[in-house]
Write a protein that binds this ligand. Structure first.
Ligand SMILES: [Zn+2]
Ligand SMILES: [Zn+2]
Length: 102
């Protein structure tokens, strides 16, 4: 066998592997989850499990959370702005609500 050097353990949602210095994925295998939803081999924790990996899982896009948060804030601000504008623009007496039960 070629002399692969097992280095970092990497994982995704389905499997884990050892990343060789040459870039090869060694010993790729499916996670073996314990009853806590954590893999007994790597640091993978099934989402919704009670504990999280102390290490940021390799390659997790934290920036997506930030981008989503900013977008949500902008949408909320926009909605509030439009509501204010709407109140000023329309001085109608109360419109009758269409009573619709879900
Ligand atoms: Zn290698
Ligand atoms: Zn695993």
């Amino acid at each position: 066998m070629a002399n692969h050097v097992g280095g970092f353990m990497e994982f995704d949602d389905n499997s884990h592997w050892i990343l060789c210095a040459c870039g090869a994925h060694l010993y790729r295998a499916a996670h073996s989850l314990d009853n806590m939803g954590a893999c007994t081999v790597c640091d993978f924790v099934k989402s919704g499990a009670s504990h999280n990996s102390p290490y940021g899982s390799s390659g997790f896009p934290f920036w997506i959370i930030i981008v989503v948060a900013v977008i949500i804030i902008l949408i909320v601000l926009l909605v509030l702005f439009l509501k204010k504008k709407d109140k000023k623009a329309k001085k109608e007496p109360e419109r009758k609500r269409t009573a619709e039960d879900k």
